[in-house]
Each structure stands twice: as C-alpha cells, then as structure tokens.
Write a new protein. Structure first.
Length: 595
C-alpha cells in the first residue's frame, strides 16, 4: 500500500432506518501525503478489551465482528445526520496480515499527527463501582476548575465558581466530593486501562487536538494539561479550603494518578530514544514487540533506531529487543542502555533473550527506577580507556547478527564474597525501613571484618555512592567528610538528615553487597555471584560485572578475548573516577563477547 491508508466512514444513525443497534460503515483507501489527507479525519485511542467478546457491524453490507469496546464507542460517537470519518486500527489495518501490519504501523505516527482530532475513549461510566453520572460530571468540573485556577491572576478569580462539591461546611458536600474523587480515580492511571497501554502514548502525544470521552460526557486534553500545571503549584493557587480537600491523604494520590501521567505525556515528544523507551517501559502491549513499535511515532528523527523501524512481525521478540539495544547504544554512543539492569528475572524473561539485551517486555520485579541513570553522568570509571568503538556494532547490524555484543575493556577485579542478605524493596512503610536498616548493619559488620584498610570510611562512601541526592533522586552535591561521619553515626543511632537517609536507601535498594578479591566493596545486581568479574568497558561511565563462560565446569582461561554473559551495572568504591585504568603504556584492552 506504500503511503496509502484505509479510513472508515461511519454512516449516520438515520441511514439504518431507525435501527439503533445496527452500525453501518464504508471503508476506502486514500493517499496519506506529507501533510496528511486532503480531507478531514479523526482518529481513535481506546483499549480493545477482550478480543473473544465481539459484536457485529456492517462494512459495505458485509458483517464484520469488532470488540464490544469498539462497538460501544461507535454507538456513542455516531452522528445522527452526517457520516463520521475515522482511522481505527482494529478495522483499518488487517490484524491477521503481518506484512500489512509491518507496512502500516510505521505510518501511525503520521496518521495521528495529521488527524483533525483524536477521540480518547475512557470507557463507560462504571455504575457497578457506585459512580453516578453526577459524580462523573463533578470530577470533570473539578478538573475544569483547577485549569481555570491556573490562569487566575487574583484571589477573586480563584474563588470564582468553586465547584459545589468542594466548598466547605456541610457533611453532604464532603460526601459529594467523595463521589467526585471516586469518579476521578476511575479515569486515572490507578484504575483506567487506557493509561496502561503503550499505544496510547503516541496516540495522545501526536494529535493537534484530543477529546476525552467517558460515556456521554467529554473533556478536552488541553483542560487536563492546564489542570496539571495548576496542580504542580496548587497550594499557592487554590483557596485554602479547596487545597485541604484535594491534598488530603484520601484524595492526593487520586489527583496525582491522573495529572502526573498527563504531564509525562506532554513531555514525551522531547525524549531521546533511550529515555522514551525507559519512561514507557511499564506500559503493556498484547504483542511484546509493540512495546517498541508503539513508540516509533514519537522519535524526533527518523532513522534513530534503524534496526527496529522496519516493524517486522516475522521475527521473535528476543531479536527485536536485541536490535533495539544495539540501536540504543549506537544512538547514545555509550553503554547507558546497559546501565539500566536490562535483564528480567527468569520467571518473566522473554524467551531466548540474550543476557545483555534490554528486555522491555515488562519491568523488573525489583526495578531501581531512575536513580542509577541519573547518577551515571557523574561517574567516569572508563576515564583513560579508548572511546566506545561502534564499528563492530554497525557491522553486526549490517550483517543481521544480533546474538553477540562485541565490546572492549579491562578486567580489574573478581567478586570473592557476596553477602547473603539483600535490600529488596518493593513497598514502603516503617517495617520495610527497619528491614533495610537491619540489612545495612549486617553488611557493616561484614565490612568491618574484612582486611580492607579503613573499612568504616570506605563503607560509608559506598552507601552514599559519592553523591547526595534530593527527593527526586537527582544528584544534588558531592559527598563530604562530614557526610561520611554522619553515615557512621546513622549506623549506630538510626538518626540522620533526610537527604542522607534517602540517598542511602536508594543507593542500596535491590542490590547485592560484595567484597572483591582485591578487598574492594561493591554493590551490584541481585544475581551477582562469587567468580563474577568486575570490568570497565569503553563507553561505560560505571563498571559492570560479567560472568565468564564455563567449559567442562571450569572458568575459561584468560586470553585476549573474554567470552561470557552480562550480569549488570555495578558500583565499586574507589574505581568510579578512572582510578583502576592503568596508564597508556600499561593499558591492555581485551575484546569482550557477550551472549
């Protein structure tokens, strides 16, 4: 079809001779030029729902089954007297034809960018959750009020037309607010599946206009975005009584779950490819390959990820992710994509995926969020090594070889002892903090028993990662001797300034503590084992642990080539600023082949 797409004309209600349960349509193929179609068309963003539960519509008099979700949407948006022209993926792409999908999916960025408007379907109002139409309308009214408050210049403007459900005074009004907030939760990322799908990111980011439909009511995306701007500084904008309601523990997470995700979507078109993939890795797709293909329309530059932009559905997901990882390394000109603990745990890992591949099928069970990514630019473990050589990677892409990653680097140490306890954090609360502290004490006792010189100061530096972070995990300043002393005091008293406590807990969460043969202290991947080697690789600002390939149950002998598997990013105290890289006269890099 080349640059041609199909569009669907939903015929007006009155064309079906009054039969409201019959949806009649016509489909046609049109040219999609550089600036879109010459005629106007809308797009649809929705969740397919159960694909085995279908209802019939009629396209050019032929019966076609669509999901019940799509059927409900078409009933809602059908016009009484005029046809409505839309592009709908479920109908306008033959989902059973991999060749057509590979041809049409790359056009979706252009399709959504050039539509007159995208209709976002949030589903029907869930009355079974005791949410009434009045509750839903009140939730939208709160959002509109927040949007208006963000543009207000005087107190009079802010207090003008405060929604009745959030004015002060009467218990009945508080009950009304509870219903409105229950409705807001139902359309937020906490409960509504539209926010969970990867395809909806570009569908919401690219169109010029977005209209959110929830059953019979609607609100514009611009209003949600304006409310988000207000919410980020709400205490200074809202009347005190209103802020007390919105920021109460019962409602704060509900408001955040709706508005923070809209802020992310607003910013996503400025993301570089790695940040784009990392930010939306948590979204889901029925086909894991669509975790990547569903984001391609958001790339700022065509060709940024050349190996995956073909959108091939005839290759397994493991190869798609391997192509992605190599493309990201080339695009970043660094090993940043490997600093993200790309592997998933065995129980959720993509079948046949290599150890070094960024497996984006899911989030790791013990995800470390953005902490280590934010810190990586501040380290220089590879200082003194030749820069990353991209030629072997480009050659692998040219030859279609994605089973091995070829790098260069030096080995500096070997893991000797791995502490049996880890700080695995998947929740919060006082008990979780106590467990973390008890594990830190256990690590500290092991460190003091080691032969390392000045183990207390070295251990304190390890727990801080040489960088103090602020509440959003971004580096704030370098560690001082006073900070190190405070850490040792913390291990004795459990009392320390909040920024140090946050830094320690983020630095150590979901990490293994180990000691190397050279007496160095390290924090690494939960899969770290004795015998793993600590490497510094060209293009890597942090060290990595690699596992040598075994032959006949024995570690492969040292040679000019290292063959093994990737374990993960690691932090090793004392080598994060190039200290372990020898001088140019002594430098002897080895080829590294990871499978």
């Amino acid at each position: 079809m080349g640059n041609r797409i199909k569009v669907l004309d939903i015929l007006p209600l009155h064309s079906s001779e009054g039969r409201e349960d019959t949806i009649e349509c016509e489909i046609r193929t049109v040219d999609l030029g550089e600036y879109g179609l010459m005629e106007q068309y809308e797009t649809l963003s929705y969740v397919w729902g159960n694909q085995t539960s279908t209802l019939p519509i009629f396209i050019s008099a032929q019966k076609v089954d669509v999901t019940t979700s799509l059927y409900a949407i078409m009933q809602q948006i059908r016009l009484p007297d005029h046809k409505r022209t839309l592009w709908i993926d479920q109908i306008c792409i033959d989902q059973m034809n991999p060749a057509e999908k590979a041809e049409q999916v790359p056009l979706m960025g252009k399709i959504y960018s050039n539509c007159t408007r995208c209709l976002v379907w949030l589903g029907t109002i869930p009355h079974e959750k005791h949410i009434s139409l009045e509750d839903a309308e009140a939730a939208f009214e709160i959002i509109r009020y927040m949007a208006a408050a963000s543009k207000a210049s005087t107190d009079a403007d802010i207090n003008y037309r405060v929604p009745s459900c959030i004015t002060t005074g009467l218990p009945s009004q508080e009950s009304s607010l509870a219903g409105a907030m229950r409705a807001m939760s139902a359309i937020s990322s906490a409960e509504n599946p539209w926010w969970h799908r990867v395809w909806t990111v570009q569908e919401a980011s690219l169109p010029k206009q977005l209209l959110l439909l929830w059953g019979p009511i609607a609100i514009s995306w611009d209003t949600i975005c304006q409310a988000s701007a207000c919410w980020t500084g709400a205490k200074g904008k809202f009347p005190r009584a209103v802020w007390d309601f919105i920021s109460s523990p019962s409602y704060l997470e509900t408001t955040k779950a709706l508005l923070i995700h809209s802020l992310w979507i607003q910013a996503t078109c400025q993301d570089k490819p790695f940040s784009l993939v990392r930010r939306w890795r948590h979204r889901i797709a029925t086909d894991p390959r669509d975790k990547i293909y569903g984001l391609l329309g958001l790339l700022q530059t065509r060709g940024s990820l050349p190996s995956v932009e073909e959108c091939r559905y005839d290759i397994p997901a493991a190869e798609v992710f391997a192509r992605l990882t190599i493309d990201l390394i080339i695009n970043e000109n660094s090993l940043l994509p490997l600093m993200n603990d790309p592997r998933l745990e065995p129980e959720i890992r993509t079948e046949a995926v290599q150890s070094w591949v960024m497996d984006v099928k899911s989030l790791p069970l013990h995800d470390t969020d953005w902490y280590h990514i934010y810190g990586s630019p501040y380290y220089n473990a590879d200082k003194g090594l030749p820069p990353l050589n991209l030629e072997p990677l480009r050659l692998a892409v040219a030859e279609g070889r994605y089973d091995t990653l070829e790098l260069k680097g030096i080995t500096v140490d070997t893991v000797k002892d791995v502490h049996p306890d880890s700080i695995i954090v998947v929740n919060s609360g006082n008990n979780a903090e106590k467990l973390r502290f008890d594990t830190l004490l256990s690590w500290y006792e092991t460190a003091k028993q080691s032969a390392t010189r000045e183990p207390q100061e070295t251990f304190a530096k390890l727990l801080l990662g040489t960088l103090i972070r602020h509440v959003e995990q971004q580096p704030k300043r370098w560690v001082t001797p006073e900070d190190e002393a405070d850490v040792l005091s913390f291990l004795d008293s459990q009392s320390v300034a909040s920024e140090l406590r946050l830094t320690i807990f983020h630095q150590t969460r979901n990490q293994k503590f180990y000691i190397t043969e050279g007496g160095r202290f390290g924090l690494g991947h939960l899969d770290t084992r004795p015998g793993d080697e600590v490497w510094i690789l060209g293009g890597g600002s942090v060290p990595f642990t690699l596992r040598p390939k075994e032959r006949d149950g024995k570690k492969s002998p040292s040679s000019g080539i290292f063959e093994g598997t990737f374990v993960g990013r690691t932090y090793v105290q004392g080598i994060m600023d190039g200290e372990a890289v020898p001088g140019e006269d002594e430098l002897s890099e080895r080829k590294v082949l990871l499978s």
